[in-house]
Structures are given as C-alpha cells and as structure tokens.
Ligand binder design. Sequence first.
Ligand code: TXA
Ligand code: MG
Length: 334
Amino acid sequence: MKTVIGKVEVGSASVDTIKQAAEIIKKGGLVAFPTETVYGLGANALDEAAAGKIYFAKGRPADNPLIVHVNNDFDLERIVQNVPAGARALMDAFWPGALTLVMKSRAGVFSYGHLDTVAIRVPNHIVAKLLIHHSGVPIAAPSANTSGRPSPTSAQHVMDDLGGKIDMILDGGACKHGLESTVIDFSEGNAKILRSGAITLEMIENAIGRVGAPTQNDTNAPKSPGMKYKHYSPKAKVTLVKGEPEAASTKILELLNATNTSNPVIIAPSGDKKLYGNAPFIGLGRRMEEIAANLYAVLRQCDENGHDEIFAQGVAEEGIGTAIMDRLYKAATK
Ligand code: TXA
Ligand code: MG
C-alpha cells in the first residue's frame, strides 16, 4: 500500500486534504493525524473491520482497547451508559484536551479490547477536530507507532513506523505536549488515574478533589490492558538514574565508565550538560514542558544514531514530570 502524506496548514487547501482523509475514514481506511498529545492512527470507531486494521498495522495485541475520539458536540449517551458527575466536571474543565475518560459503555457498541468500558477523548487540535467533523463518526485512535515503540510526535515518525501499512498521514507538524493523554477510569465509580499525562494530578485534584497518584501496581492492573505491555522503548537498553542532578550525573558517569556497550549516550535536561564534560550527550530541553515535547523524538534519534545504551537522568516527579518519569520507567523496563 502506498501511504499518502497530506501537509496541513491553516487555509482552504488544507480543508480539502482533511476532507480527503475523512473520505478514507468513511470507507473503512486508516488515517494518521496530529493531536496536541501525539499522532493518532484513526479508523471509524463504529466499523469493527476498520478498527481491526489498526491492530494489524501496529502489531497491537488484540486485548488492548482503543481510545475513541469525538468532538465536544458528540452525544456521549450514544456510547456510554451514564456520565458520572466527576467525569462531567473533568470534561467541563479539560475538554477539548489531553484527558481520556473511561466509562461504562453501552452494550454492543464496541467489541475491541473485549471490555464493557470505553475510553473517550476530545482532542484539542484543529486538524483532529476537522477530521472528526468531516468523517461524521467517532474515530478510534491509538498512538500511531508500531506497538512497543515510542509514540510519534511528527508525521515522519509515523512514516518511519507505518509507511506502506496505512492509507494516509495528515502532517500537522510537531505535537505540542509530546506525551499521551492522561487516562482516568470512572467505570467503577471513583476516579482512578490509569496513565499520567499532560493534564497533571494537581490539575485534576483542583477540579474534583483528592484522587491520589497511581501506584506502580495500579499501572500494571489489568484494568488498563495497554499498561502491561512493553512501551515507549527505543531499541537501545535504557537505564534511568533518579536523584538530584549532581548525584545522578556522578552515578551516570560511573555507569558509563563501567559499561561494555560500544555506543552509549546520556540523555538529560539540556541545562545539566555541564555536569558531563565531554561524554556523549543529547539534551532533552530546558523547561519541563519542552522535555516532555522532545522526549520521544530524542529516544527515536538515539536509535537512528545507532546508540546501543541510553543513560537517562531522571526529573522531579511533579507536574508533567510525573508523566515524563512514567514513560522513562517504562522505556527502562524490558
Ligand atoms: O494522547 C493519547 O491518548 C493518544 C492520542 C492519539 O489521542 N492516544 C493513545 O492511545 O495514547 P493508546 O492506544 O496508545 O493508549 C491508550 C491507553 C492504552 O494503554 C489502553 O490500554 C488504555 O488507554 N485504554 C483504552 N481503552 C481503555 C478502557 N476501556 N479501559 C482501560 N484502559 C483503556
Ligand atoms: Mg500507545
């Protein structure tokens, strides 16, 4: 299959390109599209055969359910049994945005993932919104990477993983957040965080009161099938070192000296480069938001450069730092 790339910038030509993509969705094809978190691989969520193609293209395990993307005008009652008050409050506060809510689904609407719940998100990206609008259906979309690889934050990343396997990629440039949405489960009453993301625990608790951070156990719970698989992994071996920058850099330099891999590299906040002398180093960026936005591109770059080992310096686990560390922990777990 030839994968077409359609560049989308603001203007009428872009709307035509998005309409072309919407036709592909309506006909049961696959379109990768930008969102404010990462690129998604979209199909008509109500067409089982179309959604099935997503699993095939990504090599995704069949028991891992998909997030359904809709616009704010969508009548949720069509697909969920009821909208809990806490979920409603979070929708009001953060939709459109980087927040996915899991709720009890209506029987018989979705079969993939084999669950009686559905994860729903309203993305905040003009291209995603227009694609959903012109398709006229909810769009099921996981991240548009090969299963297990870091999520794509550019059209080129999608092409690298899925070129030849999908019908079209809408190229809307780099994604703003660079990490996947926060996933919160409301299917058992109380809110439970299944995946941290750009909407932080602090922001959620400001809106609905105490929720509590996910524990390592929660993240592995079968509740969110996706969490049990290998994730966000470059080909290189990743070692994550936590702690204050001085202590972490000392430890990393020790490990670097002792390792017998042939092409190791350090990844750390750009401001800490001075702690590493002439050791091979890739800066992740300065502010936490920048580090989040660059993380997956840097992990992919490490593979491209042929690095066989990555020493990652941890960041403080607060705000979006929690999500950055979650992804680094998972990248470091093989
Ligand atoms: O930012 C994002 O969320 C991106 C963009 C494209 O929207 N999508 C994304 O999808 O990251 P994906 O499939 O890569 O990750 C979705 C996660 C998976 O871990 C999956 O297991 C979980 O959400 N999930 C989906 N439906 C679920 C459900 N009904 N119950 C529990 N977890 C669910
Ligand atoms: Mg994913």
